[in-house]
Design a protein around this ligand. Structure first.
Ligand code: RNT
Ligand code: ZN
Length: 416
């Protein structure tokens, strides 16, 4: 895109937004500060480096587009390239199975900081901050129940794993001088009618209490609620109700994955209630298509509404934004960029809402005027602001990232 056109369009857009009381420079500055945690598992379809076993735990990556990252160097190379196409400084979200195990098998109850030292060094060298996840899936002991398993030996194995993961996250946070956000998602559930529903939930709460007992200043823990997993359709131990109650009473961060609710449920409306009772939110921005399919995030109504609600609830600074999808059917790097940029678009769109005016109108009972302004805001020159944001940060504007990714595919991923 021509530089002069980007600048001219932005000047006009800025003026147009100013007329309804919105400062576009301020919105851009806020968006620049907003880190997005890039989920490492988009590079390799949630495989990791522990072994060649299949993906279990009720999640599935569909498709076999060529070029997935096969080892730690390829994952890092892909992430370094992704970074060149994104405005802002971002984070990398690692799962335990992405440890640097040096070709040896390291079981989950044996993992330690040493297996992530090279990640800590790499992150520092590449100006990334790290986030972390314990991994309860894709393991012989995963079964249907991990932390909620009545069998003490299995439960203790997963408790040990998760405590070790917290220590790794703590070390990451201390090394980067910024808390590492560690997510705990367990797939625990049942395929068919479950009668001891309360029992497993009691056990899960107890296990989590044990895991979270020690305060670790370098990290923050969060727990992820879910509707159901494949093969675990009838019962999910860590349901939304379970984790809402847990997070509210224990003051733990609630992980809200936008794919983890009934397809017709309004995910955006959860934000303002959760923020009243839980300390912070961790977001897994995803796109469910009929189910928790983890399609690539796009700028759709759900994602737009979601970020608008966050901004309207003054909650953006209480939310850690991360992505969670894994589409193996298209170019994986392209999927990253589409999803991250879509998330940035939705955040920007929320920041550009004429909120002060809308609030004023609502308070004055001016329903028609409020609806009219909401409608008109939809066709304001948003694109010119987003283009300028990317231009200002020296990354491709508009569709210009497409050839860059094609080139990387030609040079790198197609040769894998
Ligand atoms: C699964 C959860 C979870 C995983 C990742 C890999 O439904 O969303 O967050 O996607 O941990
Ligand atoms: Zn998730």
């Amino acid at each position: 895109m021509k530089e002069a056109n980007i600048l001219k369009s932005y000047e006009l857009a800025k003026e147009r937004y100013a007329a309804i009381g919105v400062d576009t420079d301020k919105a851009i500055a806020e968006l620049e500060k907003q880190q997005i945690s890039l989920h490492c598992w988009q590079t390799d379809d949630v495989s990791g480096f522990e072994n060649d076993g299949s993906l279990t735990g009720g999640i599935q990556a569909t498709g076999n587009y060529p070029g997935r990252a096969r080892n730690i160097d390829e994952v890092r190379k892909d992430l370094e390239f992704v970074k060149t196409l994104l405005a802002g400084n971002h984070r990398v979200n690692l799962h335990e199975i992405y440890g640097d195990f040096g070709g040896k098998f390291v079981d989950r109850d044996q993992v330690g900081v040493e297996h992530f030292q090279s990640w800590i060094d790499w992150a520092k060298a590449n100006n990334f901050k790290l986030d972390f996840n314990s991994t309860s899936f894709s393991h012989p002991k995963s079964g249907d129940l991990s932390l909620s398993n009545p069998d003490k030996s299995i439960r203790d194995f997963w408790i040990e794993h998760t405590i070790r993961c917290r220590k790794i996250a703590d070390a990451m946070g201390k090394a980067q001088n910024d808390p590492c956000i560690m997510n705990i998602w367990v797939h625990d559930g049942q395929k068919d009618y479950t009668v001891n529903r309360k029992k497993y939930r009691e056990i899960l709460a107890e296990s989590l209490d044990t895991i979270l007992k020690e305060d670790m200043p370098g990290m923050k823990s969060c727990v992820e609620a879910k509707l159901f997993g494949i093969g675990l359709e009838s019962y999910t131990v860590g349901s939304m109700d379970f984790f809402e109650g847990y997070c509210a009473t224990r003051k733990v961060i609630y992980t809200l994955d936008t794919g983890h609710y009934e397809p017709t449920e309004n995910v955006a409306d959860k934000v303002s209630s959760l923020l009243l009772y839980v300390p912070e939110l961790m977001l897994h921005v995803s796109r469910p298509v009929r189910w928790d399919s983890d399609h690539v995030t796009i700028m759709n109504d759900m994602t737009l509404d979601f970020f608008k609600e966050l901004v309207r609830a003054d909650g953006l600074n209480r939310a850690h934004v991360g992505l969670d999808y894994f589409d193996a059917s298209i170019n994986r790097i392209g999927a990253y960029i589409i999803g991250t940029r879509a998330t940035q678009k939705c955040i920007l769109s929320a920041l550009l809402e004429p909120l002060a005016k809308l609030r004023e109108l609502e308070a004055a009972g001016k329903g028609f005027q409020k609806l009219a302004l909401l409608e008109e805001a939809k066709t304001l020159p948003f694109g010119a602001v987003f283009d300028y944001f990317n231009y200002k940060n020296g990354v491709p504007v508009g569709e210009e990232f497409i050839p860059a990714i094609e080139q990387y595919e030609k040079d790198v991923t197609s040769k894998r």
